[in-house]
Design a protein around this ligand. Structure first.
Ligand code: DX5
Ligand code: ZN
Length: 528
């Protein structure tokens, strides 16, 4: 959101790379790297060398959100005298008007950053220092011979404190890499240069985190993560399109683009649904089918009539999958059990307002935040929104607004929960809630758009996914409905802002397959 505002304001810049490398840079600065925005030259810091420098708007956005600069400064991108130049400038007293502390490397002409990284890594290793060096490189950039000279040198010096991350979005400047200068088999190439090679989905944060922690155990070898990404991912008409390598969207589109970026829908299959148990298989199949989360309904037979599974089962499932676990605790006295679910490897832990008072919730919340786990709160259909929650909204990442009475999968969606959801969303927005609304209960192809319009962005789906054998097409159908819901909303926004035809034109390729469902066949006709 920050990057696209800067690019639109400047009227130029690189949305494609800023978006394809977003998760990579986000994980490094918000999870992995040792660094201090308040002390950018901290001796023990890890180094991030952005050799793929045209991803500058995304890079500046990450540094701004991390606290190196004020986020407002993004609006000066590419302006004369701005510290946010089109390609980053390494900070120094001499360059202080064109850079800011935290930028370690002057990029632009590509192919050089890996060599600089080797210099830093070798120096630190020879001085017996523990700093690590992370280098972002591109696949277009890999046409540069210097990359491969550097690759040889890094393995010669056994630089196990160096990690390169290849933003493998298969597009460069004006076309597709494999048409311009084929890079594949890229894995084999790096392995042949004696590097430890790991391949991940570059948009799956859990896979990037997993790869980075495994790499830390590798000795005497530099490592590279081949991160398979999509250029421009996040804005559908920019995704996987060379024309959005270095082009800015019209400023008037920004409100719609920001809405799109906040409309991403996450699908969370609930594994208690469908055939009894067989949880392992259900998790594997959902992950293969592209689910974003796994929804785990823990039921103790007291808070709700039925019993499901507990922390030991989750511990076992954690071993077979890295997909984020969204644990929904429908148990009494969750304060007495939350530690078990932390140990079991849950990524989100949600307790019910009906099962704990404010003090207990605050204690649970503190434990979760300390453990780096997202804290959630769930509200049953019959329970009014408790005002005491408002004070804690900053520490809540997920709010489940139940649309069935808890206890079973396969129940009918309670229509009244839509008004309740919209009501609560109003309260949350006016109190600056930054987390997610999760819809749980009776979510399927007929109800998804309604809860999306009411504000939900995480969709729990039990029966809709596991109620019939073909899990793959069940999830595809939900994603399709999600797509229709999002495009409808964006079209409405474009119409309200009096730019319906302009928006439809720029979005044509995305809209044609949905024309009938969106009722815009005439709009598309008129464009011709
Ligand atoms: C109900 C659970 C839900 C349920 C969802 O208490 O919290 O997660 O399993 O299943 P469906 O989507 O079938 O309603
Ligand atoms: Zn649930």
């Amino acid at each position: 959101m920050l990057a696209i505002q800067g690019i639109a304001e400047a009227g130029s810049g690189h949305p494609g790379a800023s978006f394809s490398a977003a998760e990579i840079m986000g994980v490094l600065y918000f999870h992995k790297m040792k660094h201090r925005p308040s002390d950018p030259l901290w001796e023990e810091r890890d180094y991030f060398i952005n050799s793929k420098a045209h991803s500058a708007p995304g890079f500046y956005a990450v540094l701004a959100i991390a606290g190196y600069i004020d986020t407002k400064e993004i609006k000066t991108l590419r302006k004369l005298g701005s510290r946010l130049q089109g390609h980053p400038v390494r900070y120094s007293e001499r360059q202080k008007n064109h850079s800011f502390p935290g930028i370690e490397y002057s990029g632009g002409s590509e192919g050089i950053g890996l060599s600089v990284s080797i210099g830093i890594a070798l120096a630190k290793k020879r001085d017996g220092e523990k700093n690590r060096v992370y280098t972002l490189i591109g696949d277009g950039e890999s046409n540069e011979g210097q990359i491969w000279e550097a690759a040889m040198a890094a393995s010669k010096f056994k630089l196990d404190n160096l990690v390169a991350i290849l933003d493998r979005n298969k597009i460069q400047q004006d076309g597709f890499t494999e048409e311009i200068m084929p890079l594949d088999p890229v894995r084999d190439k790096w392995a042949a240069f004696n590097w430890n090679v790991v391949e991940v989905n570059g948009h799956k944060i859990e896979q990037i985190i997993d790869a980075l922690s495994r790499i830390e155990k590798v000795e005497d070898k530099p490592s590279i993560i081949i991160a398979n990404t999509t250029k421009g991912k996040g804005i559908k008409h920019m995704a996987n399109s060379p024309q959005w390598h270095g082009k800015a969207p019209p400023k008037k589109h920004v409100p719609i683009l920001l809405e799109e970026l906040q409309s991403e829908i996450l699908i969370a299959p609930s594994i208690i649904a469908g055939e009894p148990e067989n949880y392992e298989e259900k998790v594997r199949r959902a992950e293969r089918a592209g689910a974003d989360l796994i929804h785990l309904d823990i039921m103790d037979g007291k808070f709700v009539p039925s019993t499901s599974f507990f922390a030991d089962t989750i511990k076992h499932l954690r071993k077979i999958s890295s997909i984020p676990f969204d644990a929904h605790l429908m148990i009494e006295k969750p304060i007495n059990h939350v530690e078990d679910y932390i140990d079991a490897g849950c990524d989100i832990i949600t307790v019910h307002v009906e099962a704990c008072n404010e003090t207990e919730f605050v204690d649970i919340n503190k434990m979760l935040l300390k453990a780096g786990i997202s804290s959630g709160i769930a509200i049953n259909p019959g329970t009014p929104f408790p005002s005491w929650l408002i004070e804690h909204l900053n520490n809540i990442d997920v709010m489940i607004i139940m649309s069935v009475n808890p206890g079973f999968a396969g129940q009918k969606f309670i229509p009244d929960s839509l008004d309740k959801m919209a009501e609560i969303v109003k309260i949350l927005k006016s109190n600056n809630y930054k987390g997610f609304i999760e819809a749980d209960g009776g979510i399927d192809a007929t109800t998804l758009q309604q809860v999306f319009d009411a504000g939900a962005r995480i969709m729990v789906a039990g029966n809709a996914v596991y109620g019939s054998p073909d899990i793959n097409s069940n999830i595809i159908q939900l994603r399709h409905k999600a797509n229709v819901a999002i495009e409808t909303k964006l079209l409405e926004l474009a119409t309200i802002n009096d730019m319906r035809s302009d928006w439809t034109k720029s979005r044509k390729n995305m809209l044609i397959p949905l024309a009938k469902e969106l009722g815009i066949e005439e709009d598309l006709h008129a464009i011709k």
